[in-house]
Design a protein around this ligand. Structure first.
Ligand code: ADP
Ligand code: MG
Length: 236
């Protein structure tokens, strides 16, 4: 993919020689990867190879032991905790296997909160939240609490929440892992649609079907590093 002037799209994520140790355990051991604007990258690999650690570092939820993590041109190592939290809210959207919605807030408030935390006035945040719930086909569930929503509906609400601040990067950790196959397919369709309108995606998954349906590039990991990168053919 190239931009209008023929130059390659800007780099949204760059990891260079990243190591992450938890005591004796080495979760990442020289992980390097580059993701450009508009890419849809799937990361696969055996359990324990460092996939979730990778996402947590890119999200700025954790810091590497050594090596650099850059997101949207910002070296995350230069930010203090407050700066990191703000950066995450402004530039990164995340969706999780188990949704991570707030149980005692209705769907609309779960979504609106993401923008209110970055300083958007409540009224404006609620308008945009409603717009997104509508686009994702769950506006009729706006006043429902997460416990009363189906898995598929919960994941749509989480996607709306993730998109609230128009993130440069959408991270997904096993986004269909807790869904029945029909809802899983619908979430995959949603991710594909988002990527087609330019959303950069980084998806961690065990599921080869999710990877081949949603991603244009596959990064295979083993023992804390990338061992192979390949282009994926779009499936119909
Ligand atoms: N907070 C932690 N404390 C100690 N060890 C951890 C922690 N997080 C991950 N690990 C270890 O790091 C390795 C990679 O974990 P993880 O990134 O969760 O792998 P994956 O998501 O690919 O299954 C595993 O051996 C795991 O046990
Ligand atoms: Mg994991």
């Amino acid at each position: 993919m190239t931009t209008d002037d023929g130059s390659p799209p800007r780099i949204v994520v760059r990891l260079d020689g990243v190591r992450k140790e938890y005591g004796e355990a080495r979760a990442l051991d020289g992980m390097s990867v580059e993701i450009r604007a508009g890419d849809a990258v799937a990361v696969m690999g055996p359990s324990g190879c460092g996939k979730s650690t990778l996402l947590n570092l890119v999200a700025g939820l954790d810091r590497p032991t050594s090596g650099t993590v850059e997101v949207n041109g910002q070296d995350l190592g230069e930010l203090n905790e407050t700066g990191l939290a703000l950066f995450r809210r402004q530039h990164i959207g995340m969706i999780f296997q188990f949704f991570n919605l707030i149980d005692d807030l209705p769907a609309l408030d779960n979504v609106a909160l993401a923008a209110q935390l970055t300083g958007t006035p409540a009224r404006q945040a609620r308008l945009r939240a409603l717009e997104l719930l509508d686009e994702l086909g769950v506006a009729d569930r706006r006043n429902s609490y997460p416990a009363t929503l189906s898995g598929g509906e919960r994941q749509r609400v989480s996607v709306a929440r993730a998109l609230m601040n128009r993130p440069a990067l959408l991270l997904a950790d096993e986004p269909t892992g807790a869904l029945d196959s029909r809802s899983g397919e619908q979430v995959m369709d949603l991710l594909i649609d988002l990527n087609q309108i330019g959303q950069t995606l980084l998806i961690v998954t065990h599921d080869p079907h999710l990877a081949t349906r949603c991603a244009s590039r596959l990064v295979e990991m083993a023992d804390g590093r990338a061992v192979r990168t390949s282009a994926l053919e779009p499936t119909v």
